[in-house]
Design a protein around this ligand. Structure first.
Ligand code: 5GP
Ligand code: ZN
Length: 124
């Protein structure tokens, strides 16, 4: 199992601390490569952050060498959406990257949002 070893941990990173268990969270899913937990400031009834255990900064930081992250992220979306009962009603998935997207946490995370009717606008 790929645990968050020192090689993968960024000591300044809140999400690395959550993955390591040194900061609390409401965990919803975990596998060898992925950890998922509820957003501390939810913007929908279901708002989960799905993160790789490996510290990568954003989507630009994923390459052929760590592309296993992508495979596992999408698998995790399917698992979590089913587990939380939003697979049928629908959901939105969002990666924020950089300043224009208002990324605030520089550990790659996929927002999984659902449990309510959302608008068609993607740019607020
Ligand atoms: P970003 O704006 O970078 O795409 O999203 C970062 C998300 O992380 C925000 O939705 C924010 O509420 C969430 N967040 C920030 N700090 C914490 C924390 O300590 N715990 C949890 N569970 N979520 C956090
Ligand atoms: Zn990190």
């Amino acid at each position: 199992m790929l645990s968050p070893t020192d090689a993968f941990k960024n000591k300044e990173c809140i999400f690395c601390k959550i993955i390591a268990g040194t900061l609390p969270c409401e965990k919803v899913y975990e596998n060898d490569h992925i950890f998922a937990f509820r957003d501390i400031s939810p913007q929908a009834p279901v708002h989960v952050l799905i993160v790789p255990k490996q510290h990568v900064v954003d989507i630009l930081d994923v390459s052929s060498e760590n592309s296993v992250i992508f495979q596992n992220l999408f698998g995790a979306v399917q698992q979590i959406a089913a587990k939380l009962g939003i697979a049928g009603s629908g959901f939105r998935t969002v990666f924020n990257s950089g300043d224009h997207a208002c990324q605030t946490m520089y550990h790659l995370h996929l927002h999984l949002l659902g449990g309510t009717q959302m608008s068609g606008s993607l740019v607020g």
